[in-house]
Design a protein around this ligand. Sequence first.
Ligand code: GLC
Length: 577
Amino acid sequence: MPSSTSTTLVHPASEQAAEWWRTAVIYQVYPRSFADASGDGIGDLPGITSRLPHLERLGVDAVWLSPFYRSPQHDAGYDVADYRDVDPLFGTLADFDAMLADAHARGIRVIVDLVPNHTSSEHAWFRAALAAAPGSAERGRYLFRDGRGPGGDEPPNNWTSVFGGPAWTRVVEPDGTPGQWYLHLFDTTQPDLDWTNPEVHAEFESVLRFWLDRGVDGFRVDVAHGMVKAPGLPDWAGTSAMIDGAHEGETGSEDGSTGAGNRGPMWDQEGVHDIYRAWHRVLAEYDGDRCLVAEAWVEPLSRLARYVRPDEMHQAFNFSFLTTLWDAPALREVVTASLGASDAVGAPTTWVLSNHDVVRHASRLGLEVPGTKPNGIGVGDPQPDEELGLRRARAATLLMLGLPGSAYLYQGEELGLPEHTTLDDAEREDPTWWRSGHTERGRDGCRVPLPWAAGAPGYGFSPTGATWLTQPASFARYAADVQEGVEGSTVETYRAALAVRRELALGSGSLAWDESLTGPDVVAFTNRDVLVVANLGPDPVALPQGAEVVASSVAPATAGTGRLEVPAEATVWARLA
Ligand code: GLC
């Protein structure tokens, strides 16, 4: 610990050997857009296998794969028709096994996505439910209800879908008459399961075992805060948005019970925790520290921490960090709160800046109010400053990777990829775009196929040059091959930071705020003996005498005094002599 500074310790380092996921850097692969081997313009499992050397060189500990299961792809695979098979778009189970074996041989663990809140409307269970009568066991796996009003013509309650529009769709009964309604918190093609039904529990435990037996290292659990609904499905005055989540204090009680109707009767209900306790026990039967990661848009952080109590899940995505503006006091506050909340339950803190549901951070941070979170950006919207956004994104990443805990990266961020902010609206596939009546652009702009080779058709994404979404011309500048081996390129910056993070054990490290460097535009802390200084302001910040730079988002400058300085909008890691 540098002695010349006054520090406030928030989180101590750990010297005990611990489960791998406590400190892991986990790279999200979005299979549709990572790499295409078949040539159809949609990424696939053999494509992922072919690019594992890139991930090994990058130095990540694990990958998380978004869904590759059988699916009609109405929500890009988050609408699963068969949880135990690979969609032909992505390959076969044998391709999965080959990918998993290759990843493991390279020391990369593999987490797969589990989508338990809803199935696809093409799942065998839902087809059977449509063919069966109201009140049948087949309908009892989902949330079918009679409508309200004369003839049952009105939806059973007033809930809206996260993607826009009503959360209920009416079916036509097998005899041709207008019938019951079913609940879907997302698209019409994603009917919600009824988690009060023991058959649903048994089925998902069996699905967990199917993939655990194949050797996966864990699961990212989709919509982990949504599976249990308040009894009686009461009306709710609020609306739910993707990049929002439940907020404490809006309407309800601290114990999470729903009677008072707080945080929405569909979110963060007490019953979800019983599910995760049961799953925890399933994973504990297997060797190798398998893990469960919660995708739960729940606030505040103390509420989120309940998902990672010792007998529940192992990690939860820290969306409070992701949604914090580019503002030094706000960042310090969220880091302190994150570490405090997870330390209180003995779980690792996680950090994340980008994923397949949000505008890429290289573009978010280039907006007029850096860090704001529009639901997509398109032609006619205020456009981000690309250069400034990238500079800040690299600084934000170095800040994140300097923190103790586990960090998530989203494919392409290691290339500095911006959002596609001028995608032709006619190409959009995210159901958000039409369900919102074309008011929310949605998430296609962060899902554009990756550029691997600047000079190749489709920037080397596919052998045919086909790409399921058109890539912007700017991707030529970001292609992996033009950055490879180039000092100071984004990919080399990530690689260097990950190597230092591993070598100096920053993942299991400490956090102490450096009060002498901290300022309105400066986030400064030590992790073990590494000083991390993020300068969000326009003026350079001098590093202490004798600082030895070990990683940086842009090269530090030397001032007239001979002291090293952290330039504007940059982060530097330094060791003190
Ligand atoms: C999660 C996924 C998102 C998906 C939604 C519905 O939030 O991350 O992509 O649309 O769940 O499954």
